[in-house]
Design a protein around this ligand. Structure first.
Ligand SMILES: *Cc1c(COP(=O)(O)O)cnc(C)c1O
Length: 356
């Protein structure tokens, strides 16, 4: 039986918390909108999704994801369109990626109806929570956890899928300083680097804490064998402009998260007729280009930060300082073009934007 949008039960808050929110000063991920969605999976089936007031959960301490980490998530944004209508950016791509993560983590795939129609119903209901100013959006966090009350190690049979949303401002206030990590490893072929599984982030906390103490913002991860081919940054894919070519690591080896922003950026660059390469890229090649004055731009891409310019890259005792961001043609073009599409200011030729 497939669940359809009309099956979603909706219980509204008695009083909205909206008036308590200071939209002129939003910090990322601190406040949550009035409502959330929950759908449970039991006996091999998804149950009816429910939208209800945002609330705390009551769980047994034996709940399996606390112990063994069967937990995955997604990140999507809804923007306020020219007439105030909610515009969701490429949610079906996130739904597909969510199911890839689910399969790899032995979790049930979620039907498109629950994910997409549930998401739309939730956003429609809380549309007044979408902030209006430039660089702001409603951040949408779908996630799934294993909920068996059992501490034996085995694949769970019960799962909860939820969606919460949170008004969000700019993620980074200035260009980021990056530390090239060649001691700790994020991902390797056969692992879970291509999924948005909780464990990928858990394992990154310690190395990230160490480099923050040294004054850097984020890690650029390298490959697990030779520690010399760049993969991605924290929660972003990475692009380098070397000479007149835009280069990003390829995603063939299941070590790198296939970002929706990455895919959008590649499409926009190719349409513009720019030279684009998806390939293996070593830190030595980047350092050589820097020495030759050919490293023009470097930036991260992701839903939370959109396009995040890199101020500097530190590899061992060498710091490569990028030119001032104002002079960057590619990153600035991408940031503006993506924003114009997301906020509905230009025609969406790609069918990327979905109305709630
Ligand atoms: C979410 C994420 C990205 C960016 O993906 P988008 O779909 O563009 O938001 C990149 N790398 C990692 C590790 C991520 O978790």
């Amino acid at each position: 039986m497939s669940v359809s949008a009309t099956d979603i039960s909706i219980k509204k808050v008695e009083k909205s918390r909206l008036s308590e929110v200071d939209f002129s000063n939003i910090q990322f991920g601190k406040i949550y909108s009035d409502h959330m969605l929950i759908a449970n999976y039991e006996d091999g089936k998804w149950k009816q999704p429910e939208i209800m007031p945002f609330h705390n959960l009551t769980l047994s301490p034996a709940t399996t994801f606390f112990h063994y980490g069967q937990a995955i998530f997604e990140g999507i944004k809804a923007y306020k369109g020219p007439d105030g209508e909610p515009l969701i950016f490429r949610p079906r791509d996130n739904w597909k990626r969510f199911n890839k993560s689910a399969v790899r983590m032995a979790m049930p795939e979620i039907p498109e109806d629950i994910f997409i129609e549930g998401l739309k119903a939730l956003i429609k209901l809380d549309e007044n929570w979408i902030p209006a100013s430039e660089d702001t959006a409603l951040y949408i966090r779908p996630f799934m956890v294993a909920t068996d009350e059992f501490i034996g190690v085995k694949t769970a049979e019960k799962f909860s899928f939820m969606i919460i949303t949170s008004p969000a401002g700019p993620y980074y206030s200035k260009p980021v300083s990056i530390y090239v990590q060649d001691q700790y490893v994020r991902a390797f072929p056969g692992g879970i680097g291509f999924t948005k599984a909780a464990g990928n982030y858990g394992m990154s906390m310690y190395p990230t804490q160490e480099i923050k103490k040294m004054g850097y913002d984020q890690i650029l991860w390298t490959d697990g064998f030779e520690h010399k081919y760049v993969q991605e940054i924290g929660t972003m894919n990475v692009f380098f402009v070397i000479g007149d070519t835009v280069i990003t690591p390829d995603i063939k080896h299941d070590t790198i998260l296939a970002g929706v922003t990455r895919d959008s950026v590649l499409a926009l660059l190719r349409e513009k007729g720019m030279k684009v390469e998806e390939r293996t890229l070593s830190i030595d090649e980047i350092a050589e280009a820097y020495k030759a004055g050919q490293l023009k731009e470097a930036f991260g891409t992701g839903t939370a930060a959109s396009i995040a310019p890199i101020a500097s890259l530190t590899y061992h005792d060498v710091t490569m300082q990028l030119p001032p961001v104002e002079t960057w043609e590619t990153a600035n073009y991408l940031k503006k073009t993506l924003a114009d599409i997301r906020y509905g200011r230009v025609k969406d030729n790609h069918n990327w934007v979905v109305k709630a």
